[in-house]
Write a protein that binds this ligand. Structure first.
Ligand code: MLT
Ligand code: MN
Ligand code: ZN
Length: 301
């Protein structure tokens, strides 16, 4: 399979339109530091088969346009169907569904609480109905049902937490509000694991990291106190549902122990010092064999 990184920023992107923090100011000075909202595109083993997306960000139209492999083929009028697998119902991962309304059909794979939030809180089906056809598929959880077969790849959810979007904060708890996506290519044996919101590192998640070749994990905050220190929240990083990269709660040491050939952080908040390529934290991570994912990276598994 081929995995394209369409973006690597948390909600707001980099720069965020209303923010003048050092990360956002740096990205305005140096366009190479800009990051779009995190999302991925997967291509299966069959070159004739179409790609699918992991998450549909507010930047989705630009993301599709800037990757030649994701534009409509010459001689083909339109991209007829677009397929999207969701990790959660966060606005930074679902607003792009509204932007995809020009498709003749949008196929969405989501867990039950995510689908319900999109239908009852964001009224996705009511809004899109006059524009396009929305087709829903259950996103199966590992061990509970066979994986979904999408473009020749086996796709399933690893339930991570009951972290729900702020617009759905009063919805009942459910273990699959926020999931990691496991994407496996049976023709090569390659496996990718994508977890943009890692609230806890459970034993089940640990097992999944051990059998993946490519890990793309939550790099929202560098340390536990970053949200409070930078004034964006009264809560800590893990209190906001994002384990920090460094410190006693940090994921770096655990990610370092994973055997995966590719180990990257994504979903960087604009407050994260890692948005500055000169920040010394990059060297500390490199010492552990870890890196921040670059925009537009292509990984073959
Ligand atoms: C998150 O990743 O925690 C959310 O996207 C934050 C938000 O924008 O509400
Ligand atoms: Mn987010
Ligand atoms: Zn900022």
């Amino acid at each position: 399979m081929q995995l394209r990184i369409l973006g690597t920023a948390a909600g707001g992107g980099l720069p965020q339109w209303n923010c003048a923090c050092p990360g956002c100011a740096g990205a305005r000075r140096d366009p190479a530091r800009r990051r779009l909202h995190d999302g991925l595109a997967f291509h299966g083993p069959d070159p004739a088969s179409s790609w699918f997306l992991a998450n549909a960000t507010p930047d989705i139209a630009e993301q599709l346009e800037s990757h030649p492999g994701l534009r409509p083929e010459a001689g083909q009028d339109r991209t007829p169907v677009v397929r999207v697998v969701l990790t959660d119902a966060e606005l930074d991962h679902v607003l792009g569904l509204f932007r995809l309304r020009e498709a003749s059909r949008i196929e969405v794979w989501a867990t039950e609480p995510v689908r319900r939030a999109l239908l009852t809180r964001l009224h996705l089906a009511d809004v899109l109905d006059p524009y396009t056809r929305l087709a829903w598929h259950d996103l199966p959880s590992t061990g509970q049902a066979p994986p979904a077969d999408i473009a020749g790849l086996r796709v399933e959810a690893v339930p991570l937490s009951a972290k729900r979007p702020r617009y759905a904060a009063d919805e009942p708890a459910h273990p699959a509000w926020s999931v990691a996506l496991r994407v496996h290519d049976p023709s090569t044996g390659g496996t990718a694991l994508y977890a943009p919101a890692l609230a806890t590192w459970s034993d089940a998640f640990d097992k999944e990291t051990a059998r993946a070749d490519c890990l793309l994990l939550d790099g929202t905050f560098l340390d536990e106190d970053e949200p409070r220190r930078t004034g964006i929240s009264e809560r800590t990083a893990s209190g906001m549902g994002h384990l920090p990269v460094e410190g006693p709660q940090g994921t770096a040491r655990r990610l370092h122990r994973a055997a995966a050939e590719h180990r990257y952080y994504t979903h960087l908040n604009n407050t994260n010092p890692l948005t500055d390529p000169a920040d010394p934290a990059h060297e500390r991570l490199a010492g552990l064999g870890l890196r921040v994912a670059a925009e537009r990276m292509l990984i073959t598994l």
